[in-house]
Design a protein around this ligand. Structure first.
Ligand code: 7PM
Length: 360
């Protein structure tokens, strides 16, 4: 199925032990819920490391419980996968929330820098709120390979005016940054979420995030933005990403960030080939085993063009919606998108299908 994984009809003897991972298989009419959302699953793949690599075995949840070495471990894993996530930055995660992207970089690949002026950025933020976003993610530093580096002062000058301007709205504000100093200043200006594509790995970032009291989004990226797209390598991308995020969650907790303030993101497009991105989307539900909320962002990313006809960023809406809804069927809690109104409509339709409310 995925090349790196060998599917077996029965679990390799002896009955499976830790470490092993559960991949819930999304199914609209499944009997168990994914992470407290409307998305459901019925069966699971039990993934194990073997001498030769990785093995998977597909079974019902009952069969999985019966074959588990340690029923307590198995039932904890299952509970992580199913349980409702706590409120995140004041938002219920029982329904997918939309995080609208507010890019304040003049060289932004998707909006040609049209939000550069503070007044336009604030107006763009407000229109995303009206269109259905509950979070506005404000970023000032481009992570595009080859982008000109900017100083902390330039980054602050870009992000603080829209943060301050949007604070008067009911929006939950998120700061997209890798730098401790920006985290501190943004939190003082009213941001309640720190969204870090480098997973709080820069010096001081863990501590700054802990001190700020903000909720955090920890994203997976292999390498750094300058070099990440040159020949990324994984044993099996979904599992490597799982283990990275698991380790970062533990680091964050050790640094004083409460577990219920942490959300994770597999980092679609960050140090990944097209094949890796496709795998991570198809295996997204496995990440619920981490027991924290899941954020997903594939909006307008270049993989869409690679799968299709090399369309420019502003012509990737349809592909963006397909990826977003694939994520929602797997119980993702927050979607990071450029096209808020269109995503809200897709979500409304998806919700009718998932909840079966078309019968009411
Ligand atoms: C150039 C390259 C411009 C990449 C913009 C980007 C994510 C994020 C970004 C994501 C989270 C983009 C990216 N992507 N934060 N920040 N998850 N949590 O395409 O996927 O928006 S920047």
């Amino acid at each position: 199925m995925s090349g790196e994984i060998e599917y077996k009809a029965v679990l390799p003897a002896p009955p499976f032990a830790v470490p092993s991972w559960l991949r819930p298989l999304p199914a609209c009419d499944g009997s168990l819920v994914l992470a407290g959302t409307d998305a459901r699953f019925g069966e699971v793949d039990v993934i194990q490391r073997t001498e030769s690599g990785l093995s998977a075995c597909r079974m019902t949840v009952d069969a999985m419980m019966n074959s588990a070495d340690d029923r307590n471990v198995a039932s904890r894993s299952l509970d992580n996968i199913c349980s409702r996530r706590p409120v995140f930055s004041g938002l219920s995660l029982a329904r997918p929330q939309i995080m609208g992207i507010l890019n304040t970089t003049p060289d932004s690949f998707s909006d040609g820098g049209q939000h550069h002026a503070p007044a336009r950025a604030i107006a763009a933020g407000k229109s995303m709120l009206e269109a259905g976003a509950s979070i506005i993610d404000i970023g000032g530093e481009s992570t595009r390979p080859g982008a000109t580096p900017i100083t902390r002062n330039q980054e602050l000058a870009r992000v603080l005016p829209p943060l301050t301007g949007l604070k008067a709205t009911r929006a939950v504000l998120s700061i997209d940054t890798r730098h401790a100093e920006i985290m501190e200043r943004a939190a003082s200006a009213g941001a309640t979420i720190i969204n870090d594509v480098s997973g709080l790995r820069e010096p001081g970032a863990l501590l700054a995030a802990a001190k700020s009291g903000c909720d955090v989004v920890i994203m997976h990226m292999q390498g750094d933005p300058q070099t990440m797209q040159s020949d990324p390598q994984y044993v099996f991308a979904p599992l490597d990403i799982y283990e990275f995020l698991e380790a970062r969650i533990e680091e964050a907790v050790r640094a004083g960030i409460a577990r219920d303030k942490i959300c994770v993101d597999p980092g679609f497009g960050f140090g990944k080939t097209l094949r890796h991105n496709v795998q991570l989307v198809n295996w997204l539900a496995m990440l619920h085993g981490l027991g924290v909320p899941l954020l997903f962002g594939a909006s307008r990313k270049s993989s869409i063009a690679k799968m299709s006809k090399d369309e420019p960023a502003d012509q990737r809406l349809s592909g963006s919606l397909v990826l977003a809804m694939a994520a929602v069927r797997q119980g993702v809690h927050i979607l990071r998108v450029h096209d808020v109104a269109e995503t809200a409509q897709a979500l409304a339709v998806e919700r009718h299908l998932l909840a079966g409310v078309q019968d009411q």
